[in-house]
Design a protein around this ligand. Structure first.
Ligand code: NAD
Ligand code: ZN
Length: 368
């Protein structure tokens, strides 16, 4: 730990209040009741589209008059324009703002809820806030309810979105992006498809690997990461990764992984994964797993552990996805990877560009 760098994050913020445990979705009623005190108060739900046809464990959500339910289609990850579109479609011309915004779903839905909450009070366009500490005032009171575990989006001070014109995949990194209230109910993850459960769960594992290998590591981030890694190993080396106990463990691992990464940075995997998302439209969880297959040089022991978990859970990871692309696509892959300066500095130091030359980056993509 001789070469600790200044991460630029001076004051860590975590979610103040959270309900945890099977059945804790029941706490939402009292959480919202405390907010909806006036006659015209209303709340806005952003809910993963899956639950439209399959409300299942979500049950009947608390309602307060003219609430809005907005279903988020998770086919595509958030872009600055998808966020701007939500604002113009649902909020322009509204007489009053909602008293709470509730995001129920995976990273896509939670990030959408966080971004919309910030934009409603700060004005402007989503792309104006891509970066660090650009959000000026608190957003609308926000509640996060993950229905799939791994990204840590429930814990972090960011909401990831891509600005399509530039390919920049970067969130609103701000204290104001942190949820005010979380409900962590492992019952809600019961219906997650098997492979998706693995891919998203692996995000927690990868966050912690990157934190522990980074130059910005610190004792607090290490402690969160160590515990999350232990839980991930228990879950993914077990016979039934989706048992009640394991879904609870993975929910905690996801939360801790988010806390860990929130006070440092990710490393080499995420920039490559972002390249795959921007250029090939691959989703975050699976893109991380694909990127991980080419990370032996950077994280040899962890890549070995990754393959053990893949094998144990009998999951198939796509291979050769970047083997036969056009030159323009390789150019774009390089650009959308190397743009992530903070994570790459965290992983490789200030001279990361000399380690990751263009040829080298393309070679890594081809080896996936
Ligand atoms: P997701 O939101 O992409 O959803 C993945 C799939 O799981 C979808 O098809 C969804 O319908 C389905 N699903 C979710 N819950 C379900 C349930 N209970 N039952 C059945 N199906 C269910 O999932 P994700 O992997 O959590 O999120 C990825 C996104 O998170 C990316 O956009 C990524 O950039 C973002 N992310 C954000 C942060 C952050 O700190 N804000 C960190 C990492 C990743
Ligand atoms: Zn991630």
């Amino acid at each position: 730990m001789l070469d600790i760098l200044e991460s630029g994050i001076r004051n860590n913020k975590n979610t103040l209040e959270y309900a945890f445990g099977a059945g804790s979705i029941g706490a939402l009623q009292s959480v919202l009741q405390n907010k909806c005190l006036q006659k015209d108060d209303y709340v806005v739900y952003f809910i993963d589209l899956y639950f439209k046809e399959n409300p299942g464990r979500l049950g009947e959500l608390p309602s307060f008059g003219k609430d809005l339910i907005i279903y988020v289609n998770p086919e595509r990850e958030p872009t600055t324009s998808s966020i701007n579109d939500f604002i113009s479609e649902f909020f322009d011309g509204q007489k009053s703002s909602p008293v709470a915004i509730i995001g129920i779903g995976g990273g896509i839905t939670m990030d959408t809820a966080k971004a919309v909450s910030n934009l409603l009070t700060n004005g402007g366009k989503a792309e104006d806030y891509q970066g660090w500490d650009l959000v000026k005032v608190p957003g609308i009171y926000k509640v996060g309810i993950p229905t799939i575990s791994g990204t840590g989006a429930e814990a972090t001070r960011t909401c990831v979105m891509t600005h399509t014109p530039t390919g920049l995949k970067l969130g609103m990194n701000s204290d104001h992006t942190v949820f005010n209230q979380l409900i962590l109910d492992p019952d809600l993850t019961e219906t997650v498809p098997y492979d998706q459960y693995f891919f998203t769960g692996m995000d927690a594992f990868i966050h912690c690997v990157e934190v522990l290998h980074g130059r910005y590591r610190n004792t607090l981030g290490d402690a969160f990461s160590d515990q999350a890694l232990k839980l991930c190993r228990e879950v993914f080396m077990s016979e039934d990764m989706k048992s009640n106990e394991n879904r609870e463990k993975l929910m905690v691992a996801s939360y801790f992984g988010g806390c860990a990464v929130g006070m440092t940075y990710v490393g080499v995997v995420h920039p490559f994964s972002a390249g795959l998302s921007v250029v090939l439209g691959m989703h975050h969880g699976i893109a991380n797993c694909v990127a991980m297959t080419a990370m032996e040089e950077f994280y040899p022991r962890e890549v070995e552990a990754f393959w053990q978990m893949v094998e144990k859970q009998n999951v198939s990871i796509p291979r050769g996805v970047c083997r036969n692309l056009k030159k323009k696509q390789y150019d774009l892959l390089y650009e959308s990877t190397i743009i992530h300066e903070k994570p790459l500095t965290n992983a490789l130091g200030d001279g990361f560009k000399s380690i990751l030359s263009k040829e080298k980056v393309v070679e890594i993509f081809k080896s996936m």
